[in-house]
Write a protein that binds this ligand. Structure first.
Ligand SMILES: [Zn+2]
Length: 236
């Protein structure tokens, strides 16, 4: 297969323009539906933000806007906050694709300090997972089933093209499948992925991962599927 680089250049320009015009949602626009909203945050763990083989400064950068979003939504009465996060077995099958990370009980598998320091942290629900697909943890499906009033899911976290994409697509596709009324909203400023340039990857004999490109393409792909991708959800 040959990839037409000229045509794809135009497409990438389209995505860049599309990203630049994303709207910002106001918290007040959501607040009328306080108990109908859930925030699901994926993998804001020390092992993806602070240290370890999969930590990334790009991912660390979304911690501040994400805790700000949780705080302002909490002030507006949103009480459903879920953290879907890696807690891998020491011999996790996933480690054949990614280096060992976020093993259950390790410091890497701890939620980042900024979220742990939130005054309502003990009211946040933590769901453990052992793959990039949050929905394979049945606790998430049970939670959704047990909270039929929740009509809007705000998905944040990392990585845009991996766990975040899988989670947002699951929430969208499962609502579509079962004819359930549901908004799935992804604020782009609370989502990130890691960057591994070609030259670094080839020296390390691993797959490259251009962060900006994959972040943009996967946000586009979520929007293509009817997920509401917005620039951010801000208080003002
Ligand atoms: Zn993992």
């Amino acid at each position: 297969m040959k990839i037409n680089t000229t045509k794809n250049h135009e497409f990438l320009q389209f995505i860049e323009d599309w990203l630049a015009q994303l709207k910002t949602l106001r918290v007040a626009e959501l607040a009328a539906f306080g108990d109908e909203i859930a925030i699901v945050s994926v993998d804001l763990l020390k092992g993806f933000c602070d240290f370890g083989p999969l930590s990334s400064p790009r991912v660390a950068n979304i911690v501040v806007p994400t805790t700000a979003l949780m705080t302002s939504l909490w002030q507006y009465g949103v009480r459903h906050i879920l953290l879907s996060q890696d807690a891998h077995d020491a011999n996790a099958v996933e480690f054949s694709a990614f280096p060992p990370h976020c093993i259950r009980g390790s410091a890497e598998a701890e939620t980042v300090d900024a979220i742990r320091d939130l005054p309502f942290f003990n009211q946040i629900t933590i769901l453990e997972k052992n793959s990039i697909a949050s929905d394979l943890n049945v606790q998430l499906s049970e939670w959704i089933h047990n909270h039929p009033k929740v009509k809007s899911y705000i998905v944040v976290g990392d990585c845009t093209d991996l766990c975040t994409y899988q989670l947002a697509m699951f929430l969208r596709a499962s609502a579509n499948e079962h004819q359930v009324e549901r908004r799935v909203i992804v604020p782009a400023d609370c989502v990130a992925t890691y960057d591994l340039p070609l030259e670094v990857a080839s020296a390390a004999k691993v797959m490259p991962h251009p962060g900006d490109l994959l972040h943009a393409v996967f946000l586009y792909h979520m929007a293509l599927n009817g997920i509401e991708v917005v620039a951010g959800i801000h208080a003002k």
